[in-house]
Write a protein that binds this ligand. Structure first.
Ligand code: FES
Ligand SMILES: [Fe+2]
Length: 383
């Protein structure tokens, strides 16, 4: 079957801007793991669909605001994460938990803003939801409900897995030269690991193609016909996020530090969650450790891969926990580099009018996503 997504969808900046507007902004977007925001005044800043967002902890409550000072548009927080009150570094304006300006130094002697004007000063606020330890925001004016985007099953699985995350987090950012869609398509392709990852993860996990004939039939039908009703369009969206047990591990790795953490589940399996559109969570150790991969679109041909390495939560502190995370990073990076290098080659070969992809039956997951995607981009369904 021929793909309906043209090369322009991966390379064209005008397409990218429309995609941000029509498809990405209405969706709930992952921001960061909640463990980074545990303390009062802890914050993270991320660019969400072209909007600079700060999520800040105010006495235990998380709030999301546009990260731009109302005085002269200086970014309020400048680091990707940290602990600092919400105070602008340019002239010291301070903001409260409602996003109101609570302190303007030299207000009476220098600014002399009328109280009416002061009272109207309020940061743009965005809805925020936590799924366990995963923080999401929505930057659209009318946001979709979280349970319209994710099924109850996906929400409960993500909640219970992420509640097992430990508070110690190692973060790595890999800038890549690829369109974010290549990453989600690659993650839904269970055939490539035996070639691309033959010497890495495939040694441990024999990924199998799932030829679920009913699912193939229904994906083909959906690809050809789409969904007439908006409610069905949302039903399809919910099907794109799911996860849990994926494949058994050839050999369960055993390490001494496993005794210091509370494992998630008890199956010696590879665990895998796909969270549409751009989040992937996996455990290659049967629930002892996790990797969160966030594919953050930067432009048509640039994506920042933000990766969080964590173990299951500690039952006791142990001196090598930082080294465990570093070893985890080194192990995972080999596989990530294999994926990134092939996707960057694919990206580099995409030119206007390049031949479209050919999808086999086993790619029924991607078939459904691409129908949904083109229905949004071609205006057959809006949010
Ligand atoms: S720009 Fe923020 S206080 Fe002046
Ligand atoms: Fe891969």
């Amino acid at each position: 079957m021929r793909s309906t997504i043209p090369a322009e969808a991966y390379i064209d900046e005008t397409w990218f801007a429309r995609e941000q507007q029509l498809l990405m902004r209405p969706l709930w977007q992952f921001v960061a793991p909640r463990m980074l925001l545990a303390k009062h005044n802890a914050f993270v800043t991320r660019n969400i669909c072209g909007i600079e967002v700060v999520v800040q902890n105010f006495q235990g409550e998380l709030k999301a605001f546009e990260n731009i000072c109302l005085h002269r548009q200086n970014p309020l927080q400048q680091q990707p994460q940290g602990i600092r009150p919400l105070v602008c570094s340019y002239h010291g304006w301070g903001y409260d938990s409602e996003g109101r300006v609570e302190n303007i130094p030299f207000q009476d002697t220098a600014y002399r803003l009328p109280s009416q004007e002061r009272e109207c000063l309020k940061l743009r606020r965005f809805p925020l939801e936590c799924i366990g330890n995963l923080v999401f925001v929505n930057v659209a004016p009318n946001s979709l409900k979280l349970d319209e985007q994710f099924s109850m099953e996906a929400l409960s699985s993500l909640r219970s897995a992420s509640e097992h995350f430990d508070s110690e987090v190692l973060i790595a950012i890999l800038p890549t030269k690829l369109n974010w869609k290549l990453a989600y398509e690659n993650l839904r392709d269970s055939l490539h690991p035996r070639y691309l990852h033959q010497q890495s993860v495939y040694q441990q996990v024999k990924f199998q193609v799932q030829m679920d004939e009913e699912a193939v039939k229904s994906a083909k039908h959906y690809h050809a016909n789409g969904s007439a009703e908006h409610e069905m369009h949302l039903v399809h969206l919910r099907e794109f996020s799911n996860g849990g047990l994926n494949e058994p591990l050839v050999q369960m790795p055993r390490y001494a530090w496993h005794d210091n953490v509370e494992r998630y589940g008890s199956d010696d399996w590879y665990l895998n969650w796909l969270v549409f559109p751009n989040l992937h969570i996996a455990s290659g150790s049967g629930g002892y450790s996790f990797i969160i991969e966030h594919h953050q679109p930067v432009s048509a041909a640039r994506t920042d891969l933000i990766i969080y390495y964590i173990t299951a939560r500690k039952t006791r502190r142990y001196p090598t926990s930082a080294a465990v995370l570093l070893a985890h990073l080194e192990g995972a990076e080999k596989v990530l580099r294999e994926d990134i290098s092939v996707m960057e080659r694919v990206q580099a070969a995409l030119k206007p009018g390049a031949p479209r992809a050919t999808l086999g039956d086993f790619e029924f997951g991607n078939m459904a996503v691409e129908r949904w995607y083109m229905d949004v981009m071609e205006g057959r369904h809006a949010f």
